[in-house]
Design a binder for this molecule. Structure first.
Ligand code: ADQ
Length: 458
């Protein structure tokens, strides 16, 4: 393959010695870039009050050039907090009620994409393969094409793609759909997301599905596919095994005092269904008196996007809810819910997953959900825990050994927790074995290779 150019909103710079290891996506993309040689371009995360941002900050590490750009404060407000996180994110997670359409933000989104294209184009060589990531950068290919670039350009969407009736509540849905047709390959997480995309094109008479995964719309032909993202399975399993001797993991084990541990790990986001999950846990405890004082639910939730008012509100709501439930069902020697707002390094996280009898992963809607896969990879083969997984996470299309739940159904989720806690070891092993076998074969490297193979062949 020719040189690879990755573009994403944020860039994962290589880890310095002493840093916690990077997540699976960063590891896989860095490996692909290192192998083929290439560039990773994106926003530096910095913003300035200057009218024009500074020139690109170019950093060479081995075979990879990292090209970072600052943005202006207005750019960040309109493109990132505005259109990407207050329109596209809620719409793609089926939350039309939370989308806020502002013409200024919309214009900012397209303007920043044009700015990215102008910064990127001079770095591109004729046969470079370009891989654009996620909803922040949908218009990038159209902008690059307008500048005359003929390179292979692929796009991967990390979040769900909604059905037409949801998407079309967004005023600029036509532009967004049209912008996707400028790619050579558009990749989604699951077959459902792809079907929603194709269904929207066909129903509105703006496109069609041809043979061999080819699509046509707005006079262009391109490929659509689904590529379920994954984790560095073997490495994560190794972290979990080694973590038994880690001080934090040992302290955590001691502190639950032989109770069954239930674990939830999510960025604080309304799509993750955290409040419904706490309700389900409360219902489980209330309707299973035998488990009083016998379970601890650990919810690890780093804050995210606090600049967006809905997230700020959620932060307060979840903290209050956890406090209320602890007050209502806790006893002098038992705090049922431990709610923690901090980020935890991957090796320790792996160890905590392994301690937990139940992995509770119940998003209301999720592109994939890597926590579900991490929980499975971290289990002890001789005594694996049970994954309770929302049917609305992309991961549910693959992890058939999980107990699938509807996160809106509080009683149903509570029943699944009870079933998981009481599940005999043979059934736990059988369910886990099926999922682990799948994840070892379908890890993040395979995801990366599959996408790039289809993109170069497109
Ligand atoms: P996210 O919405 O961020 O990703 P997810 O897939 O679960 O959701 O990934 C979260 C990652 O953050 C996991 O690797 C997890 O371990 C880590 N994490 C969460 N809480 C943490 C904590 N307290 N400490 C340390 N690490 C923590 C988006 C989409 C998903 C899609 C991914 C990848 O919303 O649907 O799976 O991209 O495509």
């Amino acid at each position: 393959m020719s040189r690879l150019v990755v573009v994403s909103n944020r860039v994962s710079l290589p880890q310095k010695s002493g840093d916690a290891p990077a997540g699976g996506l960063a590891v896989a993309l860095q490996a692909a870039l290192e192998e083929h040689g290439g560039i990773w371009m994106g926003w530096s995360g910095k913003s300035s009050g200057a009218k024009e941002p500074a020139p690109l900050d170019m950093q060479q590490h081995g075979n990879i050039t990292y090209a970072l750009t600052d943005l202006t404060k207005t750019d960040v407000e309109e493109y990132y907090h505005g259109f990407a996180n207050r329109v596209l994110w809620p719409i793609c997670h089926y939350r039309m009620d939370l989308a806020e359409y502002g013409r200024k933000e919309m214009a900012g989104y397209f303007r920043v994409n044009r700015f990215f294209a102008h910064k990127l184009a001079p770095l591109i060589q004729e046969d470079d393969v370009i891989w654009v990531h996620d909803y922040h950068l949908i218009p990038l290919a159209a902008e690059l094409r307008q500048m005359g670039l003929k390179n292979k350009i692929g796009f991967f969407l990390h979040i769900p793609w909604p059905p037409a009736d949801v998407l079309f509540t967004m005023p600029v849905h036509e532009e967004i759909m049209k912008n996707l047709s400028y790619y050579d390959l558009v990749g989604f997480q699951t077959d459902h997301d792809l079907a929603n995309f194709v269904g929207g094109l066909v129903r509105e008479g703006i496109g069609d599905a041809l043979e061999g995964g080819k699509l046509t719309s707005y006079g262009r032909t391109f490929k659509g596919g689904f590529y379920p993202i994954s984790i560095e399975t073997a490495m994560f399993a190794e972290y979990a095994k080694k973590a038994a001797s880690n001080v934090i993991v040992r302290k955590a084990k001691q502190s639950v005092e032989g109770r069954d541990l239930i674990i939830g790990v999510d960025r604080l986001d309304y799509s993750k269904g955290i409040t419904q999950r706490i309700d389900a846990f409360e219902h489980f405890v209330k309707s299973n008196p035998a488990h009083h004082n016998r379970v601890t639910y650990l919810q690890i939730t780093p804050k995210s996007r606090s600049e967006v008012p809905e997230y700020e509100q959620m932060q307060r709501m979840v903290a209050e809810q956890a406090g209320r439930v602890n007050g209502a069902i806790g006893t002098v020697d038992w705090v049922p819910i431990r709610y923690i707002n901090r980020s935890i390094g991957r090796p320790v996280l792996a160890g905590l997953y392994r301690l937990a009898r139940i992995g509770l992963v119940t998003p209301l809607r999720d592109g994939m959900n890597l926590v579900a896969k991490e929980y499975v990879a971290a289990q002890d083969p001789e005594n694996p825990g049970v994954l309770v997984l929302s049917r609305f996470a992309g991961a549910a299309r693959e992890l058939r050994g999980a107990l699938l739940v509807n996160p809106y159904d509080i009683e149903g989720t509570a029943n699944a927790i009870a079933r998981g806690i009481n599940m005999p070891i043979e059934e736990r092993k059988e369910r886990w074995g099926r999922m682990m076998e799948h994840l070892l074969e379908h890890d993040v490297t395979r995801w990366c290779d599959d996408f790039l193979e289809d993109l170069t062949a497109a």
